[in-house]
Design a protein around this ligand. Structure first.
Ligand code: C2E
Ligand code: MG
Ligand code: MG
Length: 346
């Protein structure tokens, strides 16, 4: 018997994975398997079944096509997730979401874009990280209405800032798999843009490698539609997924955002510097702009400038801030064109 949680590419799936020939076509199925043991996990059939079910949901949540043996910890985790799911369903109506904005600046410090980042102020648990609740929102389909709300808020905020004199500012919004796959998604974006009065060029959509690699043909079509509309797209967290380089080279994408794990510690690690340098060269060879995420120190910023990285984003420039605090930050940088400190775009 394999170890608990050792879930992928192991024996239980092997026989299921074999293709089945039906009417001269091969079909293959994948399975998420939950396992419970008698008598450690229960001495009644219903209890054993319930725990095997819990283990199966855990296997599904962790990427499907795996197996999981029941443990007390996963039982507690599932209970917590179910509670969070219930709360998430009401969070939009209860106005518990808000956005923060983080600047992206050119190598010379010029402010060009903000990234909108979602925050959930949970009534009892306080601030919950998007890394924790976005996967649940994705699983339940709630990411679709939540994502639309994000788009509307971010576009509205940008329209206000542009109206206040920051005319060339742009806004980047993160997009999840489920949104990207929906038939009506491009139409939704057009409608939101129109309602806000923004030109399509003011918006940038960020998709992770996983999202674009999931269904290559569909992704190419979708990104092409966005490009035709004049909306830019970026591949987020670049370097952490499993991109096929030949496929990336054919994608109508405008920029690559280098994941912050490569930026962190890069000034002391020649291997990381080489990776960052290679991603920048790759992006430029494919006529894409390259943005470095998670830039925290002046030394990282200087090295990135030396490597000809086009833009930087990170705590060095500013942490993500709510709209009002960002307005104060915008005023504080007004007119400062000196050195590499951020300056406004106009
Ligand atoms: P992301 O899109 O890659 O966003 C960048 C993350 O890095 C943000 O985390 C930001 O707060 C953090 N960050 C920025 N600069 C630094 C830095 O210098 N150092 C460090 N250590 N961190 C930095 P956050 O806000 O927790 O968001 C996490 C992820 O959640 C995002 O990663 C994005 O994938 C997802 N997310 C956030 N908002 C949304 C949304 O509205 N929709 C969707 N689908 N996903 C979202
Ligand atoms: Mg992002
Ligand atoms: Mg990222």
């Amino acid at each position: 018997m394999p170890e608990p949680g050792a879930g992928r590419d192991a024996a239980p799936q092997d026989s299921l994975r074999r293709p089945i020939l039906i009417a001269e076509r091969d079909y293959s199925v994948s399975a998420s398997i939950g396992i419970s043991h008698y008598p450690e996990h229960g001495d009644q059939p219903e209890v054993l079944q319930q725990h095997a079910d819990t283990a199966m949901y855990h296997a599904k949540f962790n990427g499907k096509n795996g197996f999981q043996v029941f443990t007390r910890e996963i039982n507690a985790q599932l209970r917590e997730r179910v509670e969070l799911m219930g709360d998430l369903r009401q969070a939009l109506d209860r106005e518990e979401f808000r956005l923060e904005y983080q600047p992206q600046v050119l190598a010379d410090g010029e402010l060009v874009c903000f990234e909108a980042l979602l925050r959930w102020d949970h009534p009892t648990q306080g601030l919950i990280s998007p890394a924790r609740f976005i996967p649940i929102a994705e699983e339940t389909g709630l990411v679709v209405p939540i994502g639309k709300w994000v788009l509307e808020q971010a576009c509205h905020q940008l329209a206000v800032w542009r109206g206040a004199g920051y005319e060339n500012l742009r806004m980047a919004v993160n997009v999840s798999t489920l949104q990207f796959e929906r038939q009506d998604w491009v139409q939704t974006i057009s409608d939101v843009l129109q309602a806000s009065g923004l030109p399509p060029s003011a918006l940038e959509l960020e998709l992770t490698e996983t999202v674009v690699m999931k269904n290559c043909k569909h992704a190419t079509e979708r990104l092409g539609q966005l490009r035709e509309l004049g909306i830019s797209t970026a591949i987020d967290d670049f370097g952490t997924g499993y991109s096929s380089l030949s496929y990336i080279s054919r994608l109508p994408v405008h920029s690559l955002k280098i994941d912050r794990s490569f930026i962190h510690g890069m000034t002391d690690d020649p291997d990381k510097t080489s990776i960052v340098s290679s991603i920048i060269s790759l992006g430029h060879a494919l006529r894409m702009e390259v943005v470095a995420e998670g830039v925290e120190t002046e030394a990282q910023s200087q090295l990135l400038r030396l490597l000809r990285c086009d833009q930087i984003q990170g705590y060095l420039v500013s942490r993500p801030l709510p709209g009002e605090a960002m307005e104060t930050w915008l005023k504080s940088i007004e007119g400062s064109g000196a050195g590499n400190s951020p300056r406004q775009v106009s």
